[in-house]
Design a binder for this molecule. Structure first.
Ligand code: HEM
Length: 406
């Protein structure tokens, strides 16, 4: 049951939060499963910290995601004019829609993003990983984040979608401006315009000259005749591009950090590399890349874990807190590649469960297999003590990961 006094106290997310969100969540959860938290943009949101309540909330239709309503509510809470729907084209994608619109779009993407298409990518992913590590030959030290964890998923998602890798710097800048919770409004608007124009050009090019990539496949009608409009293709391209790179990067980086900080676990994994898939699940549970769920708001008053939340409130599910709930996972703060990780919610749960999970899993397995087999002495650089994390409330990501290779 919630501690009423604790609920009255609003926690704030300040710079110290980002260095160790787990310790904040642990402290807050000790006082109750749901908290009110002031985010860096000044808006107070309800945060669910508990596993059972969080998992249920992820699949609760009363916690709605509709992008028009959420952006309207956000503007109201910020005291800004209501947004023009034409400026929200990129957000018109299934992650930000409810049933039945969500169901229709998800069906159309699942047709193109098949397990077979993903499995077929494995040899190419292995090749990309090997090339990136070849480029480090002769080096004593590397920043594993920028030299390996980042270029691997970005190259894969660009090749899969058919987005030129050369445009990477542009779309990374736009994406940063768009996903920043406390970003500058003008930066967000110009990034949305520029990225919208860029993706519209790309989608038109694919429709005119289809190739073997996923964006071309999305331009073709499904067997039942349903098809994505051009605007929907742009929204989908945006979602896949953004969801497909920042996340997997940090699964590889956070997982490597966790492993290297637990040398006995690293030794166990080297001794039995067939445990890599289990280890990847434990990395997802222990320090997954997605800190909180994406935006949800109460479309009506809702009671969660005994706490009454009024209508029109933003609710986040703290995925990395739920995955360390001791009621679900004993000794949750211990990395244990042999534990039962079933049911972790690092990829979400319910109708919005991550479409890219099979791809992310393959990429991470390939990455860890390549790293462990290539570097028997891989360890953190002594500079590890000064590791810093990005001040992002959405993605739990390092600024760099210095390691010694030999
Ligand atoms: C949805 C996590 C990689 C595409 C989600 C959600 C989570 C998540 C938590 C649900 C968000 C919510 O309900 O608020 C992750 C993690 C990844 C990863 C931890 C890597 C380790 C990928 C990749 C792709 C991708 C590689 C695409 C290539 C998507 C899409 C959705 C989604 C399209 C929306 C699904 C829907 O609304 O039905 N992901 N993701 N993700 N993810 Fe991922």
């Amino acid at each position: 049951m919630a501690d009423i006094e604790a609920l009255d106290r609003i926690e704030s997310i300040g710079p110290e939060f980002f260095a160790d969100p787990h310790s904040h969540y642990r402290r807050w959860r000790a006082e109750g499963p749901v908290r009110r938290v002031r985010y860096p943009d000044g808006i107070v949101r309800w945060v669910i910290l508990d596993y059972a309540a969080g998992r249920a909330a992820l699949n609760d239709p009363r916690l709605a995601k509709n992008y028009l309503a959420t952006n309207g509510l956000l503007a109201t809470k910020r005291g800004l004019p209501q947004p023009d729907p034409r400026d929200l084209v990129l957000f018109n994608n299934m992650l930000n829609l409810d049933q039945p619109d969500h169901t229709r779009l998800r069906k159309l993407i699942m047709r193109a993003f098949t397990p077979r298409r993903v499995a077929e990518l494995t040899p190419r992913i292995e090749e990309i990983a090997a090339d990136l590590l070849d480029a480090l030959d002769g080096r004593h030290e590397a920043d594993l984040l920028h030299d390996f964890a980042e270029p691997l998923p970005i190259t894969v998602i660009c090749e899969l979608l058919g987005v030129p890798l050369a445009d990477r710097a542009n779309f990374q800048t736009w994406t940063k401006a768009l996903v920043a919770v406390a970003g500058v409004e003008e930066d967000r608007e110009s990034a949305a315009r520029d990225m919208g124009a860029y993706l519209t050009g790309l989608v038109r090019e694919k429709a005119a000259h289809p190739t073997a990539d996923l964006l071309s496949a999305l331009a073709v009608p499904a067997d039942d005749g349903d098809t994505l409009t051009e605007t929907e293709q742009v929204g989908m391209a945006f979602l896949l591009l953004v969801a497909g790179h920042d996340t997997t990067v940090n699964l590889i980086a956070n997982g490597t950090l966790a492993l290297l900080r637990n040398p006995e676990q690293a030794r166990a994994l080297r001794a039995e590399p067939e445990l890599i898939p289990d280890a990847v699940e434990e990395f997802l549970r222990f320090d997954g890349p997605v800190n909180i769920s994406t935006i949800r708001y109460t479309s009506e008053p809702v009671t969660i874990a005994g706490v009454d939340i009024p209508a029109d409130e933003f609710v986040f599910i703290a995925l990395i807190a739920a995955n360390r709930d001791e009621d679900r996972y004993p000794n949750p703060d211990t990395l244990d590649i042999g534990r039962d990780t079933s049911g972790h919610i690092a990829f979400g749960h319910g109708i919005h469960f991550c479409v890219g999970a099979p791809l992310a899993r393959i990429e991470a397995r390939v990455a860890f297999s390549a790293l462990l087999s290539r570097y028997p002495n891989l360890r953190l650089s002594p500079r590890d003590a000064a590791l810093t994390w990005h001040p992002s409330t959405l993605i739990h990501s390092l600024q760099e990961l210095p390691v010694l290779l030999d």
